[in-house]
Write a protein that binds this ligand. Structure first.
Ligand code: AZC
Length: 829
């Protein structure tokens, strides 16, 4: 048969791809077209899901020309780009974001009105892709938004989990996890490319062979799976740019299919297929604590090998000189999850591309950079040599050689300092032989960064001091940020309108311009308008919580919000002890209910399913809420609400309504926090410790506009060194004793003293995160909060100053820092 070369120069193929007409009519026409031709239904017989799909596809159609142009440009202009490697992307709903980015919100809204369709019903149809646990996954989502908005070439690589973070429900106050089947109705935002699937191998053994007189190693794998890419648009904000997020889904290879075919044992054969597809089945619901499960390592290698292979073979031109790789790409490692990519790139360069080891290592060291997101030593990922060697034998060999040469260099520098060598070895010996992934990342990475000033300093001084000594200049800081498009413009349209009225447009992509609001803090009319926006946001939240969970927030209450993963180090217990203290004072008659400042405390938090203490704390919060909310003596002046299943969608409603932001981790434990930034930017005042990015928030907004409490990190260290005895604090503080005793008495468990006993005794006899030591300082700070809130006008002034001075926390700024200090990937104009 005649061979027809692809005629990409056909005049019609060369014509620019144009989207539908930018008018209400144009939108309606395309919407109906999608409904009819893509969904195969007439409007009259369509379901809400049909209409949502057709609507989303129409938005896509408007973005398509830009996406194709960016993909074309990426190939033609061989500019350096960022491959962001992340096991998590906590995206949140896409619809409004994509409408905003494409400037279509008004046209689309009018188009739906014209069709008699309720756009709110369409919005409600979208299930948020919860492909992440918390801060780390949400950060990745903010970063790719900023890169697209700045026009920086970027591919986000990750895993298309079939089940994202679990849906949390409460049964008798206790957390029950339900699978998050977000794909049941399909997703209109993804573009599957099964034809571009990549084969990813595992297991087997290694062998050496003679390659024209050179002895080389090679990997003879034992089994493989297919990695099928799904592409998602990442549109920049009103700049005509669309980057790509590429998530991999696992599929059985035909060898599995063959086994099904050949095997007499049909059930066993199908089981084998399921085994392969399990790899991308579910997101591990652990946040900041690695699990060391084999499937997890499979996931990590699966997506990283697919991504690196995809970039080298698909994005780079066929004749690319691999020695120039560092001019074309930086692979950013989002924590240690993708660090297996280091030996993978070495394997590709040495075994497949036949480079000399030293040349390959020089390239690799320029192509990776590593971000650390934690300070908890137990959160640093390690893989047992046994497991790693079984799953990825060639990679283990490569890691051994990297370590050997690294330790050789350490010896050269410091002599035979065995202690130091043991401490710096990528292979740890206790409690079992294992690979320390953070060390591997640090040795391989061109740069290593922490995520807030304090965190980066502690990384250098406490977590990896030997490495900082050995690699001067390698460690740097990039303080986290959040995207103002989603967390100000979309989440808080009222405030956004007010800001634009005051300082004009442009601030959404140049957030430091919020500084211009400082003057408005002194304008009584502006303060009034600002307070009205906050009040409206509270009513809107009230509507959401009523409809979603049947919860009521009372008029005139201060909204005191603590939303984040449930972790002992974040200290939800400290907040709860304050609630119990207030409750105890009222019911014992020490304080008249009418003298208590009306407050509604809102918690939102998921606990890792295997984290027993965290789940017990959830149970206690619910139990306290149950009692406090129904006790008539409280006269409704204190309420505790705990809407289940805190997620991005709920955060977007909660944060703009908050008065007080709780950021109360033990100093030296929270790497950065990003919720803290979202609250400040939405005009909540922070009560917080000197921890993570709180430090920078306080420096920027000023001491007068921030409620600082608790020990500083050096004070924490000093107390540990002296010997911390929580019981002494219990004995020494009457309020604390009363609160603890009230919990221990069974007051929140129907008289049963055993239910919450483990929490009480943990605090009294262990208290790793020094809740009791910081209690009195916290309660005193809350009294300052009460006093400040009484003067509503002064409070509003502080809130405005929080907004005005938090522009630094835009993720656009974080991206500029990464670009200047680490990536060197300027925007493509
Ligand atoms: C989190 C940190 O706990 C949080 O302080 C930080 O703001 C966030 O990363 C983004 O940098 N770390 C994690 O979520 N870590 C893991 C392994 O999940």
């Amino acid at each position: 048969p005649a061979h027809h070369p692809l005629n990409a120069t056909h005049p019609l193929a060369l014509a620019p791809v144009t989207g539908p007409a930018s008018s209400v009519d144009g939108f309606v026409r395309q919407f109906l077209r999608n409904l009819n031709y893509e969904r195969g239904v007439p409007l009259s017989a369509s379901t809400p899901n049909d209409r949502y799909f057709a609507f989303a596809m129409t938005v896509r159609d408007y973005l398509m020309a830009r996406w194709l142009e960016d993909l074309r440009r990426q190939r033609v202009v061989q500019a350096k780009g960022v491959c962001y490697l992340s096991a998590e992307y906590l995206l949140g709903r896409q619809l409004d974001n994509n409408l905003l980015a494409s400037g279509l919100t008004e046209i689309a809204t009018e188009a739906m009105v014209a069709c008699g369709i309720d756009i709110e019903e369409l919005r409600a149809q979208e299930v948020e892709p919860g492909l992440g646990n918390g801060g780390l996954g949400r950060l990745a989502a903010c970063f790719i938004d900023s890169l697209a908005t700045m026009g920086v070439p970027n591919i986000g690589y990750g895993i298309r989990y079939e089940y994202g973070i679990f849906r949390q429900t409460f049964v008798d106050g206790q957390q029950v996890e339900q699978p998050d089947a977000w794909l049941t109705l399909g997703s209109p935002w993804e573009f599957p490319h099964p034809e571009a699937a990549r084969r990813i191998s595992f297991g087997g053994h290694t062998e050496t062979y003679d390659d024209a007189g050179v002895t080389r190693s090679r990997w003879v794998p034992g089994w493989d799976v297919l990695a099928v890419p799904y592409n998602y648009m990442v549109p920049g904000y009103l700049n005509g740019r669309v980057n790509t997020l590429r998530l991999w889904s696992a599929k059985a290879t035909d060898s599995f299919d063959l086994r099904v075919f050949n095997s007499g044992d049909y059930e066993e054969a199908v089981r084998a297929q399921t085994f392969a597809e399990n790899i991308s089945k579910v997101l591990y619901p652990e946040d900041s604590t690695p699990q060391g499960k084999e499937l997890r390592l499979q996931q990590q290698y699966f997506f990283v090998a697919a991504s690196i292979g995809d970039f080298l073979e698909h994005t780079l031109p066929a004749d690319f000189d691999i020695h120039k790789l560092p001019d074309r790409v930086i692979f950013q490692l989002n924590d240690t999850h993708p660090v297996i990519g280091v030996p993978e790139l070495m394997r590709v360069l040495v075994d497949e591309r036949k480079l000399e080891w030293d040349a390959a290592w020089a390239i690799t060291q320029q192509c990776f950079a590593y971000t650390c997101h934690t300070l908890l030593p137990e959160a640093l990922e390690v893989w047992s040599v046994d497991l790693l060697g079984r799953l990825l034998p060639r990679h283990l060999e490569i890691i051994y050689r990297i370590n050997e040469e690294f330790l050789e260099a350490v010896r050269e520098r410091y002599g035979d300092d065995e202690m130091r060598i043991r401490n710096m070895s990528i292979i740890g010996e206790f409690p079992e032989r294992s690979v320390r992934m953070a060390y591997l990342a640090t040795v391989a990475g061109a740069k290593v960064n922490g995520v807030a000033e304090l965190h980066s300093q502690l990384l250098r001084d406490k977590v990896l001091p030997d490495f900082n000594d050995f690699f001067p200049g390698k460690f740097t800081n990039v303080t986290n940020g959040i995207t103002p498009r989603r967390f100000v413009r979309l989440a808080n349209p009222g405030l956004s309108g007010l800001i634009t009225e005051a300082i004009g447009t442009g601030w959404l992509t140049d957030l430091e311009r919020l500084r211009e609001l400082e003057a408005y803090a002194e304008d009584p009319q502006f303060r009034q308008a600002f307070a009205e926006v906050k009040a409206a946001n509270k009513r809107r939240l009230g509507d959401v919580l009523r409809a979603r969970d049947g919860l009521e927030i009372s008029d005139g209450h201060m909204l005191d919000v603590m939303v984040k993963r449930l972790h002992e180090y974040k200290r939800q217990m400290l907040k709860l002890l304050h609630v119990v203290t207030q409750y105890g004072s009222i019911v014992s008659g020490r304080v008249a209910a009418s003298d208590v400042l009306p407050r509604t405390v809102i918690f939102g938090a998921k606990a890792a399913p295997g984290y027993a203490m965290a789940k017990r704390i959830i149970h206690l919060i619910n139990a306290v809420g149950e009692v406090v909310n129904t006790d008539p003596r409280v006269e409704g002046r204190l309420k505790v609400l705990f809407p289940p299943n805190y997620n991005v969608t709920l955060a977007e409603r909660l944060i703009p309504a908050a008065d007080l932001s709780e950021q109360i981790s033990l100093a030296g434990k929270e790497a950065s926090g990003t919720g803290n930034m979202k609250f400040a930017l939405n005009g909540a005042l922070t009560i917080g410790t000197d921890d993570g990015a709180n430090v920078e928030i306080r420096q920027l907004v000023g001491d007068d506009n921030f409620f600082l409490f608790g020990m500083s990190e050096p004070e924490v260290e000093a107390l540990w060194a002296r010997g911390y005895k929580p019981a002494d604090f219990y004995q020494g503080d009457e309020n604390l004793r009363r609160a603890m005793d009230l919990i221990a008495s069974g007051a929140f468990s129907g008289g049963d003293r055993s239910v919450f006993e483990p929490i009480v005794s943990n605090l009294l006899y262990d208290d790793r995160f020094m809740v009791l030591a910081d209690y009195s300082s916290y309660v005193a700070a809350q009294e300052r909060v009460d006093a400040a809130y009484v003067d509503q006008d002064a409070w509003t002034r502080s809130a405005i100053l929080n907004v005005a001075r938090s522009g630094f926390f835009s993720s656009d700024r974080s991206m500029r820092d990464y670009i200047e200090r680490i990536w060197h990937t300027p925007p493509l104009l």
